[in-house]
Design a protein around this ligand. Structure first.
Ligand SMILES: Cc1ncc(C[n+]2csc(CCOP(=O)(O)OP(=O)(O)O)c2C)c(N)n1
Ligand code: SF4
Length: 319
C-alpha cells in the first residue's frame, strides 16, 4: 500500500468519510469533528479501537448501528492500550506466517482522557514500549468524563467546575488540581517514535500529525484537545473557535517530538489573554478577575519552557 502523504491544502482533503453521518453525539461535539478529520487522514486501511466513552456510547452501541465505515472495535474503558497491541501483534504474526498478504494497516486507539490519561494510562504506556509500526494512540481530551455526566479527570483544567469539583462555598475555584500533560508522559518512553499535541484548529495540523504519526515507523501518540459543548457549557457553534482560542491564548501548546527532536508548531504573537478563551465557557463562569489573571500568569511562566524547548530542539520540562 502507498503511504498516505501529507496534505498541502484543504483542497487535497479526500471527500470520502470513514466516520459518517447518523451518529448521536451532541451538536458541535469536538471529538466527533476530530474523528471525522482523523479518519479521513488515516484512510481506509485502518482499524479503530474505541474504549468506552462518548465516542462509543453516542456512536456505536445502540440499535446495531455504527457511523464507522472502517473496522471499529470496542474495548473496556481501560483496555484500549492492550487491545491495540493484541491487534497489531495478530496482524504481524498472520503476515509473517503468510496467512495474510503483507500490507500496511493502521491500528488507531481513540480514547478519551478518562480512558487514556487515567484508567487506561498503564495500557497506553505498555503500548509505547513495543515496536509495532502504524500503531497510534490518540487521547481525545475533552477534559472530563463526559459520557457519565461531566466528572473531573486528571486533565480537567484548574478552575473548572465539574460535577465532581463543583464551585461552591468550600471550594469556590472548582477544580484545584493542575492538568496532567499526557504528551509529556508519552515522550518519556524510549520506543516512542512520534508524540504530538493537536486540536481542531488548524485542521491540517491535526490531519498531518496523524499522517506523520502513522508513517513514523513505530508507536506514536497524539494528545488532542477537543472541546465538548455539554461539559464545557459552550455554544455548539463555538467549538472550532474554542480550539483556535486555546492555541492563541497559549493555553494549549501545539508541538511535536519526532524521534526526540522537539518542534514548536505555533507561537501566539502577541498571545491573547486567557480571558478570551475562558469567557465563552460556562464551566469557568464563577472565576474572579484575579483567578483569571493568575491563570494567565501561569501560562506565561510555562511558555518560558516551550520557547526554550523550541530553541534547543529538545524537551525542557516545565514541571
Ligand atoms: C472501569 C470502568 N469505570 C467506569 C466506567 C463508567 N464509564 C463509562 S464511560 C465513562 C467516561 C469515560 O470518560 P472519557 O474516557 O474521558 O471519555 P468521554 O466520555 O469524555 O468521551 C465512565 C466513567 C466504566 N465503563 N468502566
Ligand atoms: S458530551 Fe461532549 S464529547 Fe460527549 S457527545 Fe456531547 S459534546 Fe461530544
Amino acid at each position: 500500500m502507498i503511504m498516505q502523504s501529507e496534505f498541502k491544502s484543504l483542497r487535497e482533503i479526500p471527500p470520502i468519510d470513514y466516520y459518517t453521518a447518523g451518529r448521536r453525539t451532541c451538536a458541535g461535539c469536538g471529538p466527533a469533528i476530530g474523528y471525522r478529520l482523523i479518519s479521513k487522514a488515516a484512510g481506509p486501511n485502518t482499524i479503530f479501537i474505541g474504549p468506552t466513552g462518548c465516542m462509543y456510547v453516542a456512536n456505536a452501541h445502540q440499535f446495531l448501528t455504527s457511523p464507522y465505515s472502517v473496522p471499529w472495535h470496542h474495548t473496556q474503558l481501560g483496555g484500549g492500550g492492550a487491545a491495540a497491541i493484541g491487534i497489531a501483534s495478530a496482524l504481524r504474526t498472520l503476515m509473517l506466517k503468510g496467512k495474510r498478504k503483507p500490507e500496511d494497516i493502521n491500528v488507531i486507539v481513540m480514547g478519551g482522557d478518562g480512558a487514556m490519561a487515567d484508567i487506561g494510562l498503564s495500557g497506553l504506556s505498555m503500548g509505547l514500549s513495543y515496536d509495532y509500526q502504524r500503531l497510534l494512540y490518540i487521547v481525545y481530551d475533552n477534559e472530563g468524563y463526559m459520557n457519565t455526566g461531566v466528572q473531573a479527570s486528571s486533565t480537567t483544567p484548574w478552575g473548572a467546575t465539574t460535577t465532581f469539583t463543583p464551585s461552591g462555598k468550600v471550594k469556590p475555584l472548582g477544580n484545584t488540581r493542575y492538568k496532567k500533560n499526557v504528551a509529556l508522559i508519552a515522550a518519556s518512553h524510549p520506543n516512542v517514535k512520534y508524540v504530538a499535541t493537536a486540536t481542531l484548529w488548524p485542521p491540517l495540523d491535526l490531519m498531518n500529525k496523524v499522517v506523520r504519526a502513522l508513517n513514523s515507523g513505530g508507536p506514536s501518540v497524539i494528545h488532542a484537545l477537543f472541546p465538548c459543548p455539554k461539559g464545557w457549557f459552550t455554544s455548539p457553534a463555538d467549538t472550532v473557535m474554542l480550539s483556535k482560542l486555546a492555541v492563541e491564548t497559549g493555553m494549549w501548546v501545539l508541538w511535536e517530538l519526532i524521534e526526540g527532536q522537539f518542534k514548536l508548531n505555533y507561537r501566539p504573537n502577541p498571545r491573547k489573554h486567557v480571558r478570551e478563551y475562558l469567557s465563552l465557557q460556562g464551566r469557568f463562569r464563577h472565576l474572579k478577575d484575579e483567578d483569571i489573571d493568575k491563570m494567565d500568569k501561569m501560562i506565561e511562566e510555562e511558555w518560558f519552557y516551550w520557547n526554550e524547548s523550541a530553541k534547543q530542539e529538545k524537551l525542557i520540562l516545565p514541571y
